[in-house]
Write a protein that binds this ligand. Structure first.
Ligand SMILES: C[S@@+](CC[C@H](N)C(=O)[O-])C[C@H]1O[C@@H](n2cnc3c(N)ncnc32)[C@H](O)[C@@H]1O
Length: 330
């Protein structure tokens, strides 16, 4: 298709002129191209710069980037049907076969979701002590810091430097609903504070620990942003904090390694207090291995355990789930 390119300041005058001459193709969308606009036209227009380009049909706006992205037909079924949106940043998991089309996919996402400003592909699995992953820039701004809203709180964070997933929002709300006014909470692996800041709306005091200095930097900012001044950020290994805090409720959101910190959790919970434990489990034995570890450590430490609730939080890998176990220490 052909279009004419004009500086943005000339846009309205050009639109009227094209309409008057009956040259504007009104069923195609005008393109914004930096400081320029490109109008879809039925033929060359004297005195204007002509460009060859694709225009999007007006009418029904596409709902999914898959409707507009150009990839070879045989790879189309591989296009992911979902991605994570964190603030104004998208993080998408692309199979190897689609990586050569990453830029086109990123641009299609920007085109369909106008509030998105940057698109990244997952470049690795979440790994290391800080539980972060590599990201590959696909399109839009090369910016990894954003402001995300969840459960009525605002979280500033850098998706490249800290762990954060929007997929736990419902789980966090569930823990919030169980929290009672006046409680002391220990968030052992707090990240930028999605549990801590939320629970602080009900709890008396929330100790929020993380070993990643970037997480604590953002947690401090989020504490101010949400006026959650009853959150106490603690930078360091939770093993050094354990036992020095006595909490009514302990949150252990480190599913990969939480079983290694059960002793610390039990040292930090008051008699009758509740621990929210997270782990990963295969479909066949979702909870049993975790339960056995919890019972064994409690026995060693001379405690009794009452299991309160067990649930699948979300799928994690094929036939693997992120699970949650709530238990009381007596
Ligand atoms: C899976 S993330 C969870 C973050 C946060 N709770 C959330 O829901 O977004 C686990 C966090 O634990 C922190 N971490 C890992 N080992 C730790 C340790 N020994 N002591 C304190 N924090 C630790 C990591 O830096 C990471 O931010």
């Amino acid at each position: 298709m052909i279009g004419i390119r004009v500086p943005r300041g000339e846009g309205e005058r050009t639109r009227r002129l094209l309409l008057e001459r009956g040259l504007l193709l009104r069923d195609y969308r005008i393109i914004r191209d930096g400081e320029y606009l490109i109008f879809p036209v039925s033929g060359p227009v004297e005195g204007f710069e002509l460009v060859e380009t694709e225009f999007e049909k007006t009418g029904k706006r596409p709902h999914s980037y898959r409707e507009v992205v150009k990839v070879p037909d045989e790879r189309r079924p591989l296009l992911p049907s979902s991605f994570d949106i964190i603030g104004d940043i998208v993080i998408i998991e692309l199979p190897e076969e689609l990586m050569p089309y990453g830029k086109a996919i990123g641009n299609a996402i920007l085109r369909v979701h106008r509030h998105i400003k940057a698109v990244f592909a997952k470049g690795s699995k979440v790994s290391g002590e800080y539980r972060v992953r590599e990201l590959i820039h696909l399109a839009g701004e090369k910016r990894t810091e954003t402001l995300h809203r969840e459960n009525g709180i605002r979280l500033r964070l850098d998706v490249a430097r800290v762990y954060y997933t929007p997929r736990l929002a419902t789980e966090r709300m569930r823990v919030f609903e169980k929290t009672q006014p006046g409680e002391v909470v220990l968030d052992m692996f707090a990240g930028v504070g999605p549990y801590s800041i939320l629970l602080a709306k009900k709890a008396e005091l929330v100790f929020a620990c993380d070993i990643n200095p970037w997480a604590i930097k953002y947690l401090e900012e989020n504490r101010r942003l949400n006026k959650a001044f009853n959150v106490v950020p603690i930078l360091g290994d939770v093993r050094k904090v354990a036992g020095r805090v006595k909490a009514d409720r302990v949150v252990m959101n480190l599913p990969k390694f939480a079983d290694r910190f059960l002793r610390e959790a039990m040292m930090s919970v008051k008699p009758g207090g509740v621990v929210h434990y997270y782990g990963f489990g295969p479909e066949e034995t979702l909870f049993s291995e975790h339960e056995a570890k919890i019972k064994a450590i409690a026995r060693e430490m001379g405690f009794k355990v009452e299991f309160l609730d067990e649930r699948k939080v979300r799928p994690y890998a094929p036939r693997q789930f992120n699970i949650a176990i709530d238990f009381r220490i007596l």
